[in-house]
Design a protein around this ligand. Sequence first.
Ligand code: IPM
Ligand code: MG
Length: 362
Amino acid sequence: MATFHILLTPGDGIGPEVIEEATKVLAKVEGRFRHEFIYEEETIGGAALDKYGVALRPETVAKAKASRAVLFGAVGGPKWDNPQAQHRPEDAILGMRKQLGLFANLRPVKIYPAMIDQSSLKREVLEGTDMIVIRELTGGLYFGQPKKRWESATGRQSVDTLRYSEKEVERVLHVGFQLAQQRRKKLTSVDKANVLRTGQMWREIATEVSKQYPDVAVEHILVDAAAMYLLRRPTSFDVIVTENMFGDILTDEAAMLAGSMGMMPSASLGKRRKDGTGIGLYEPIHGSAPDIVGQKKANPLATILSAAMMLRLSLGLEEEAAVIESAVDGVINDGYRTPDIADATGHLVDTAKMGTLVAERI
Ligand code: IPM
Ligand code: MG
């Protein structure tokens, strides 16, 4: 029997509700495949601000480093929304990414045929959409120095710095090309090379790295055009690689292709071992959704699908991951829907029921 240590960080808002359903499903995987998942749980985000005065404690980071993976809920909420505050719940996710060296954020966008009419785009445009966006996660505007606000004689000033090193750009592009090789062998590199120095360098490096992957077709597009093409020709994308801030924006847009954020998992990865596995942080991209906390309305599927990505990418359990994903497919095809994805014909279920329905299919 194989044992795996996993750190759970449910966080704020609906985070604890959806993590609960993911562990329900993982328990069935343990039984069926004779694995043992050993969990530790840590308080992060706003809850940790209240309890410890910081959103992410060094102890939590140390526990994460000692685990195979982190399954992350969500952080933030109106209670901690003061923009002037010194510490913010979001420090938890940004700190985890940086301190664990998780430089590549994978956000798959898959359209479920049974849910295609939920999207605001036309069926003809969407049909066949299947892409994965890789967002650089530890560089760029989010972390570049200087980053500060100050008072000057003419009023308030502020600066954020968009900085990238060659190594940072190269390594995330390699992740993209390797993934493209396992998929439909197309990579779209997104930059702003017509205006930004970082963008010029990004494009230059993408062109150089592409020479090592002659079997992958590369296209370079500007980020504004990418925002447009995501809506106009989503099926033309296979793997998209882009810098941190552009990736933040484009992945929310891409998530809407699928109709709801409630279905969108993500994986944040650092350096890989020889066997392809390595520590990772797995989280639904929907956030803490304070408006529906405690109402049993949260859709746990994004977190359950994130757990599947965790099994595949950090634990090396491909078959187990695929079993979870097909269980989710089954539940969706059978018409079960949480309120965020409800339609006229489906069966409306609450958070716990959705988790149970998936678990029962494992
Ligand atoms: C995301 C979120 C985070 C980000 C926030 C919560 C800091 O929007 O994961 O996309 O901006 O990276
Ligand atoms: Mg975002």
